[in-house]
Design a protein around this ligand. Structure first.
Ligand SMILES: Nc1ncnc2c1ncn2[C@@H]1O[C@H](COP(=O)(O)OP(=O)(O)OP(=O)(O)O)[C@@H](O)[C@H]1O
Ligand SMILES: [Mg+2]
Length: 255
């Protein structure tokens, strides 16, 4: 385990203020071709820590993340960020790791460098941040390897490094450890824990109750496009409010 300083905690954090959190979502709806996918979602997400979004396949978790991150436009409703910042500034303070991340057909290092350059980092600052995040994601020995040949766990570490390199205030993660083995999962969780510790907010979709328990402070349970509950992790596990969430936690099928 490396014990180097995260890029988050460097002197480069000054641009972080003011905060875009808490995030407030009101009556969010998303329909596609007449089908309602997100149905009247109202939600408040506070700063720091990890908020888990859980729910069955097709519940609308990935669509909700895309709506919050601004990749798709809601049919109606409001996504409200704090801080009175411009749309561009709000975008610059967040990043996303997709369910199936697409990497550039270049080296590991070039993938991360590209993300930094796209956000306007240059020269010494870019290089310092690049080196720090490669250390943090345990990618130093892989930095010159073509992304195309990486294993699943390595790919996810690169996707995560790319998302964290820009020093976001908030990262959306869509099942970042799906199909990874316990070792690779632990490596990802370690990086995420350190990001949280450095003050980064995570909103993470996960199918894993164990992962939610290890990582999350609160859980949003989404069922058929609606939030059936949003509670602290302990309460969610001990006394889920909905039948759907109870069945989910117990690993039962729910029709
Ligand atoms: N662009 C789209 N056009 C039409 N339907 C869509 C579109 N995107 C998503 N959907 C539908 O919306 C529903 C929710 O999809 P979403 O990918 O958000 O589910 P999910 O909760 O992330 O599921 P999983 O756990 O399998 O990843 C699904 O029925 C899906 O088919
Ligand atoms: Mg999904």
């Amino acid at each position: 385990m490396h014990d180097l300083v995260l890029p988050f905690s460097s002197e480069l954090t000054a641009h972080q203020d003011p905060s875009i959190l808490p995030l407030e979502v009101e009556n969010l709806r998303y329909e596609n071709k007449g089908v309602r996918i997100i149905d009247t979602v109202t939600l408040r997400v506070g700063p720091a820590g990890c908020t888990a979004i859980m729910g069955y396949n097709g519940a609308g978790k990935s669509v909700l993340l895309r709506l919050l991150h601004g990749l798709i436009t809601p049919t109606s409703g409001v996504v409200r960020w704090s801080g009175n910042l411009s749309a561009g500034e709000i975008t610059r303070k967040q990043s996303m790791v997709f369910q199936a991340p697409v990497l550039l057909r270049r080296s590991v290092e070039a993938n991360v460098r590209f993300a930094l350059a796209k956000r306007g980092f240059k020269g010494r600052v870019l290089r310092a941040r690049l080196d720090a995040i490669l250390v943090e994601a345990n990618l130093l020995s892989l930095r010159h390897r073509p992304a195309a040949v990486l294993s699943g766990g390595e790919r996810q570490r690169v996707a995560l490094a790319r998302a964290l390199a820009i020093e976001p205030e908030l990262v959306f993660l869509d099942e970042p450890t799906a199909s990874l083995d316990p070792h690779a999962t632990a490596a990802i969780e370690r990086i995420l824990h350190r990001a949280i510790k450095a003050g980064c907010k995570l909103i993470m979709v996960t199918q894993s109750v164990g992962q939610a328990q290890r990582m999350a402070r609160d859980v949003v349970f989404l069922h058929s496009g609606r939030i059936t509950e949003h509670t602290g992790i302990d309460e969610f596990l001990r006394a889920p409010h909905s039948d759907a969430a109870r069945a989910f936690i117990e690993g039962r099928l729910f029709e």
